[in-house]
Design a protein around this ligand. Structure first.
Ligand SMILES: Nc1nc2c(ncn2[C@@H]2O[C@H](COP(=O)(O)OP(=O)(O)O)[C@@H](O)[C@H]2O)c(=O)[nH]1
Ligand SMILES: [Mg+2]
Length: 253
């Protein structure tokens, strides 16, 4: 039986993977840090950890120069470029908060959505932000048309082969208890953008309590994703191998 969280979480680490985000991360951090300065009552003390994924622009320097670094509210960590999955993994395993959340560096979900993940983690181990609202409204409608098409093809393959009824695996906004984060990310092997599917698969295999959390989300232009035959092949290969990689994973005792 999964055990409930003993005492209320007092700290949260927010991991932001960032690859060549010099243009987008400044405004995103302005919003996020301004929100955190208001000390929202339902949010534990939050440290932001930016994981610079070997950017060739000055993403890391821009973050390191911000005043919040001096206060210890913001940290930047640099890892060699190996894809979004690898960057998120490095940050999640380095995170020390009672709760750990990762979000895209463009902060497509407004920062206030964080409290929804935190609330869900009161009774779940894993909280998956979902861009599909209870009334069926799909916030992914704000994406360009070609992305919606590619997303549809991807989701059909992912749901048949791996994730079953989870309707939105790809929202860059997911929360975990630290125990679940460290257990799941230590097992994660996929370094591409498909790592979310692997996480959902692992969370189910390990028997964690999973909450689906509808979030507001507005597409931010300047995506780092470069669709093309190379990425398509990579995604197909990763999707295919996810269940095979974790054949031996057992439920937690
Ligand atoms: N595509 C991609 N994104 C990366 C990589 N490393 C880190 N990221 C980050 O992953 C997040 C993806 O967000 P975005 O590009 O807006 O994706 P989209 O909203 O799905 O188009 C951003 O925070 C990127 O900086 C990488 O190697 N490839
Ligand atoms: Mg985006």
């Amino acid at each position: 039986m999964p055990s409930p969280i003993g005492s209320a979480p007092t700290s949260l680490t927010l991991v932001l993977p960032a690859y060549n985000e010099a243009k987008r991360i400044g405004p995103a951090l302005d919003d996020l840090m301004a929100y955190l300065r208001t000390r929202p009552a339902d949010l534990p003390v939050t440290e932001v950890l930016v994981v610079d994924d070997g950017s060739s622009d000055d993403t890391a320097a821009l973050v390191a120069a911000r005043p919040e670094v001096v206060d210890g509210q913001l940290r930047v960590m640099t890892v060699p470029h190996a894809g979004k999955g690898a960057a998120v993994k490095a940050g999640m395993l380095a995170a020390t908060g009672d709760l750990v959340v990762f979000a895209d560096a463009d902060m497509a979900p407004p920062p206030a959505e964080l409290v929804k993940l935190v609330a869900a983690l009161g009774s779940a181990d894993v909280a998956l932000g979902s861009r599909i609202q209870p009334d069926g409204t799909d916030m992914r409608a704000s994406q360009p048309r070609y992305r919606r098409f590619l997303g549809g093809v991807f989701h059909t393959l992912a749901s048949v082969w791996v994730v079953g009824n989870v309707k939105d695996t790809q929202a860059g906004f997911k929360g975990f208890t630290r125990e679940a984060a460290h257990d799941l990310f230590a097992r994660q092997q996929v370094t591409s953008i498909v790592f979310d599917v692997e996480l959902v698969h692992l969370a189910r295999r390990r028997g964690y309590r999973i909450a689906i959390v509808p979030i507001r989300w507005e597409d931010v232009r300047g995506s780092r994703m470069r669709p093309g035959p190379r990425l398509a092949l990579r995604v197909a290969w990763d999707l295919f191998r996810i269940p095979l990689l974790h054949r031996d994973v057992r439920r937690r005792p």
